[in-house]
Design a protein around this ligand. Structure first.
Ligand SMILES: *Cc1c(COP(=O)(O)O)cnc(C)c1O
Length: 371
């Protein structure tokens, strides 16, 4: 890692590009690359650009502020945003040619109200098929689809898409949701709507339930090279993790047997030993729940965190290994080259890989690399 850096996430944008190419092969579908939450911690603009270079045809984010950030960052491709503040105005979104996920009659009206003459607002109607979040409820299909068709006829909106989101509870539960989506599709057609794209699958379903692909899938975690499955690694699917989180050893200290380590002395050295200080902590998104458990590689060896993870730092007990100040300590990266997988941290903290990468904090500089 570069000299003088205290902690860093290296982001391999060529891995994102290659992952999107591989996901196009695996799913044989159009890809909406999901870069919400700053690209799951990888950086939204660079992730979007890398995914588009790999053949993604659209970018997806949760909210309009995220979409506007991408436009300002030079992303010119279609951008879809689907989670809106109550009473939000869509004026700036329309001016910036954003595509809006529409979950209610009110949102439909708000979208139509900001159309410029000759330039309908592009919408994807979102239906609820069981997840119980947003999306048009089945009881409202008739009234909302009829209004959407009317607004389309008078040039206020263009209904480009129809979509929903799955629960990943089981293949059977997802098939039930798919059959509800078929009902929604028919209800939309009955009102005269013919959306060009329909999409319901995120990474999990796109990679495990072929009938959910519908020719277009919204992929987040997998484009970053991480697996949405407990029992399949990214390498199993030909994907490469794009983020490597690392820090230099900031201090080493030789201590006697029985020395307590970090707050609460929850770790004590078993024998005379070397302690190595790693300058990254829970303020940076390293989960405190992984105290005593998270895995860190230095050289050819991997060590569990010794004692508590603090706000800015934690300690490794490296025994008699020759660890020196400045040595690279890798918290997670590409396991096929020996780095701990991010899933080791997720398991240690009782969470999922999504949360670990997404919560890497603003104090950790991202450095773009091309591997
Ligand atoms: C986050 C999100 C996705 C992407 O999910 P992954 O599991 O990361 O692929 C797709 N669609 C919606 C609506 C989402 O909120």
């Amino acid at each position: 890692m570069p000299e003088g850096v205290l902690r860093e996430a290296a982001i391999d944008t060529s891995a994102i590009t290659a992952n999107v190419r591989q996901l196009r092969r695996l799913t044989d579908s159009e890809i909406i690359a999901v870069v919400k939450a700053e690209g799951y911690g990888h950086g939204a603009v660079r992730s979007a650009a890398a995914a588009l270079a790999g053949g993604a045809s659209r970018v997806g984010v949760a909210d309009i502020a995220e979409a506007l950030h991408l436009r300002r960052g030079g992303i010119d491709a279609p951008i879809l945003a689907w989670l809106h503040a109550p009473g939000a105005s869509f004026a700036e979104a329309a001016a910036q040619r954003l595509e809006l996920g529409i979950s209610s009659f009110d949102q439909l009206q708000a979208a139509a109200s900001v159309a410029a003459p000759g330039r309908p607002v592009v919408v994807h109607l979102k239906v609820d098929t069981g997840l119980g979040r947003n999306g048009i409820a089945p009881a409202d299909y008739g009234i909302v689809f009829a209004e959407a068709a009317r607004l389309e006829r008078i040039g206020k909106i263009e209904v480009v898409g129809l979509f929903s989101h799955l629960s990943n509870t089981s293949a059977d539960d997802d098939r039930v949701a798919l059959s509800r989506f078929t009902v929604a599709t028919a209800a939309a057609a009955a009102q005269g709507l013919a959306p060009r794209v329909r999409h319901i699958a995120a990474s999990h379903a796109a990679l495990s339930l072929p009938e959910s692909r519908l020719g277009c899938v919204r992929l987040g975690i997998s484009i970053y090279g991480l697996s949405p499955f407990q029992d399949r690694t990214s390498a199993d699917m030909g994907l490469r993790p794009a983020m490597t989180l690392h820090a230099p050893v900031a201090a080493v200290r030789r201590v006697p047997a029985g020395q307590g380590v970090s707050y609460g002395y929850t770790h004590r050295t078993a024998a005379e030993s070397t302690l190595a200080l790693i300058p990254i902590g829970y303020a940076d998104g390293v989960p405190r729940n992984a105290s005593g458990a998270g895995a860190v590689r230095i050289g050819a060896r991997t060590y569990p965190v010794a004692g508590r993870i603090a706000m800015d730092q934690f300690v490794l007990d490296v025994g008699d290994d020759p660890v020196s100040v400045g040595d690279e300590a890798v918290l997670f990266g590409d396991p096929t080259i020996g780095d701990p997988p991010v899933e080791a941290w997720a398991d240690a903290a009782g969470t999922i890989n999504y949360e670990i990468v997404t919560r890497i904090g603003p104090r950790v500089p991202r450095r773009e690399v091309r591997g």
